[in-house]
Design a protein around this ligand. Structure first.
Ligand SMILES: [Zn+2]
Length: 359
């Protein structure tokens, strides 16, 4: 039996998906008199290198064709229409976010969102989307402390945000991208003892990226640990790794599992008694990938990897579905968009891009 103050929480879902049952949230004593409206919160999620082609079209016939596993993947993922294929791949994004929010970047339907750093790989992409501008100095994926201040660090210095901006990541470079040493923003990339132990006991497929489930669980833990963060940034990474491996089935499967993780995180955040639904969701990527048979790779020699996408939901985001009227959005606009979702004006920072028109 669920006590009254926990009704609406998604405990069974959390238990089922996150290896072990999450502890119950702290009991919030009922206070007499009017309850103040909660301030806005933000869940920012990135899915490393997930292409716009799959986000808006589901499984891609140009990739499926000619593969040894084509028949099996076609059976699992192919549907007669684009709409049915994308709903099969990303049921939360197309069932909830598209219905109550919006998605930008459908090139086939005339929309578009592009990377402006010209490099089309991860660190320059995350730097652009988190700081609000491209920086030519960021030119490798090496673990170098970011000289730039991200919107996360800028927010953490604003009133009401101190100690309440947190991150969890699958790729182990994030403590450098966010510059944890300077910003003080914790990035749980394996340091947490339980998560680290699980990581040790799971197969290790990639040198620098762990399974997204561990990052997901780490983010959920943070949501359940007393006072919720104002900003939770979750950087998932499996899609990029499976793509580099050339494994299209696993890449699609990772996208669908990521979609389920986003649903759980969003529902847990929105359902928190101190948040009461006042949370915006922004989902985006650091770069795209090549077209057709070149889908596995990205980088400066693949200009088509410069096309990206964004999904948004929450207060301040109009229910406009897939936008075809937004054609010249850029990845640099994500930072100011994230701040605007929290009622903050990031454009006071010199040279940063303005927010996306989500209203
Ligand atoms: Zn990559």
């Amino acid at each position: 039996m669920i006590p009254g103050h926990l009704r609406g929480w998604t405990i069974p879902m959390l238990c089922a998906a996150a290896l072990a049952c999450a502890p119950a949230p702290a009991v919030v004593p009922s206070t007499p008199g009017p309850v103040a409206d909660p301030p806005p919160h933000l869940l920012l999620v990135t899915l490393d290198g997930l292409r716009w082609q799959e986000v808006f079209g589901g499984a891609d016939s140009l990739v499926l064709r000619g593969r040894a596993d084509s028949a099996e993947l076609t059976r699992a993922w192919w549907r007669p229409t684009r709409e049915a294929r994308r709903a099969e791949l990303l049921p939360f994004l197309w069932g909830e976010v598209a219905r109550r929010g919006q998605l930008i970047g459908d090139r086939e339907a005339g929309g578009g969102m592009r990377v402006t750093n010209g490099k089309y790989f991860s660190y320059p992409g995350y730097n652009e989307l988190l700081t609000g501008r491209a920086d030519g100095r960021v030119d490798s994926n090496d673990k170098i402390a970011n000289p730039n201040v991200t919107v996360l660090e800028w927010l953490a210095r604003r009133p009401g945000f101190a100690g309440r901006v947190v991150a969890a990541s699958s790729w182990d470079a994030f403590p450098w991208i966010i510059n944890t040493d300077r910003s003080g923003i914790p990035v749980e990339a394996g340091q947490d003892s339980v998560i680290a132990r699980m990581a040790e006991l799971l197969p290790r497929l990639w040198k620098e990226t762990r399974f997204d489930l561990l990052t997901h669980r780490s983010a959920l833990d943070r949501l359940w640990a007393g006072e919720p963060p104002r900003v939770l940034y979750v950087a998932l990474g499996e899609t990029d790794e499976w793509a580099h491996d050339g494994n299209y089935g696993r890449y699609l499967d990772a996208a669908r599992r990521n979609d389920a993780m986003i649903r759980e995180l969003y529902q847990a955040f929105a359902g928190h008694p101190a948040v009461r639904g006042n949370v915006a969701l922004i989902v985006t990527v650091d770069h795209g990938r090549g077209d057709g048979p070149l889908w596995t790779d990205h980088g400066r020699d693949r200009p088509e990897a410069g096309w990206v996408w964004l999904a948004a939901l929450g207060p301040g985001v109009a229910a406009r579905g897939a936008r075809t009227d937004v054609r010249d959005a850029t990845l640099a606009q994500v930072a100011a968009t994230a701040a605007a979702a929290l009622g903050e004006d990031y454009t006071v920072v010199p040279a940063v891009a303005g927010p996306l028109p989500l209203r």
